[in-house]
Design a protein around this ligand. Structure first.
Ligand code: CP
Length: 355
């Protein structure tokens, strides 16, 4: 991040009027692609949050649609399964009046050996101007951005990054926490951290926004994060790592449980799912250690009874459904902001990479 928020005051940003074409009013957004959140400044984050507020207002209208992306093609290219991200990008693009093309790799020429580069060139030749891509290989959206003439949005790549998930998580916390800020709040990410692109992207946004971030899970699922936490602490970010679930949960303001990613897990990292659930599952008893009314979050999809008990997931403190709903507003916001840069009217400082 080029700037780390000290948590005392939100940066001043010029919020776009989303009823007019993106880029017609300069708002200071300079990124052509959204590949991760590590390149977003505190002002960028504030601009996304405020633009999402404007999109929430659109969503509350009797006809929840604006003409902002009329005539533009948004292509959604997913090489991995998805419910929330794929559908909410599609809904977001349609709410902005874009033309939407959906490609599932399993029913495309990928199954006949077509390379990622060839697929990206093909969808561009078919008219794609904004490309939302999910891939099992970390870095795949970066390769796509090297060759694609329009904007690339990362819908999740391997273990690496899930930028719109981190943005919608920050938005949900800001919407629900008293005072509307995560600054100084104790936020716990609990579970399979090592395989989680959601955790990696959330580390950037939450520490930039001044949260007191704790990562917790079995030591085998936290490997490498101690070194990152030490570097983060040296840079003024509040970020710690522990296998002690009681210490992590005590007085927490937000607890985000992560899915145990069996499909990415090597043998030997966990004795059994039953033992994981017994020692680290977010049960009502464990949640009672957190602050009264602490928010319960989960990026989904959930393994109920493993990382989170069904009654906690559906309980009064759960904002899991809000996360899904807010995903539409956040994805409308980032599509709108990136479209402004692609239109060539937003300011791109000399030498900026426009990433
Ligand atoms: N949170 C998330 O990425 O969910 P999906 O895999 O359903 O998109």
């Amino acid at each position: 991040m080029s700037a780390i928020a000290d948590g005392t005051a939100a940066p001043e940003v010029a919020v776009p009027s989303v009823d007019v074409a993106p880029g017609s009013v300069p708002v200071g957004w300079r990124h052509r692609h959204l590949l991760d959140v590590d390149g977003l400044s505190a002002s960028d984050l504030e601009l996304v949050m405020r633009t999402a507020d404007a999109m929430r207002e659109v969503l509350a209208r009797p006809i929840s649609k604006v003409p902002a992306l009329r005539g533009r093609n948004v292509t959604i290219l997913f090489y991995e399964a998805s419910t929330r991200t794929r559908v909410s990008f599609e809904v977001a693009a349609r709410n902005l009046s874009a033309d939407v093309t959906n490609i599932a790799a399993l029913t495309s020429s990928v199954t006949k050996g077509e390379s990622l580069v060839d697929t990206v060139r093909t969808v561009e030749a078919l008219g794609a101007q904004m490309l939302v891509i999910r891939h099992a290989v970390s870095g795949a959206p970066y390769l796509a951005a090297e060759i694609f003439a329009g904007s690339v949005l990362n819908g999740g790549d391997g273990w690496h990054a899930h930028p719109t998930q981190a943005l919608l998580d920050l938005y949900t916390m800001r919407s629900r926490l008293p005072g509307g800020s995560v600054a100084g709040r104790k936020i716990v990410i609990l579970g399979d951290v090592v395989h989680s692109r959601v955790a990696r992207s959330n580390i950037w946004t939450l520490t930039a926004a001044g949260a007191d971030l704790w990562l917790c899970g079995p030591a085998t699922l936290l490997r490498g994060f101690e070194a990152w936490a030490a570097r983060g602490a040296a840079a003024g970010r509040r970020f710690q790592v522990t296998a002690d679930v009681s210490a992590a949960l005590r007085d927490a303001d937000v607890v985000m449980a992560l899915r145990i990613q069996r499909e990415r897990m090597a043998a030997g990292l966990l004795p059994s799912l039953r033992e994981y659930a017994a020692r680290y599952g977010l049960t009502r008893e464990r949640l009672a250690l957190a602050a009264p009314g602490a928010l319960v979050m989960h990026p989904g999809p959930m393994n109920e009874g493993v990382e989170i008990a069904a009654d906690v997931a559906a309980g009064a403190q759960s904002v899991i459904a809000d996360q899904v709903t807010n995903g539409v507003a956040i994805r409308m916001a980032v599509l709108y902001l990136l479209a402004g840069v692609a239109a060539g009217t937003a300011s791109v400082p000399n030498g900026a990479s426009a990433r």
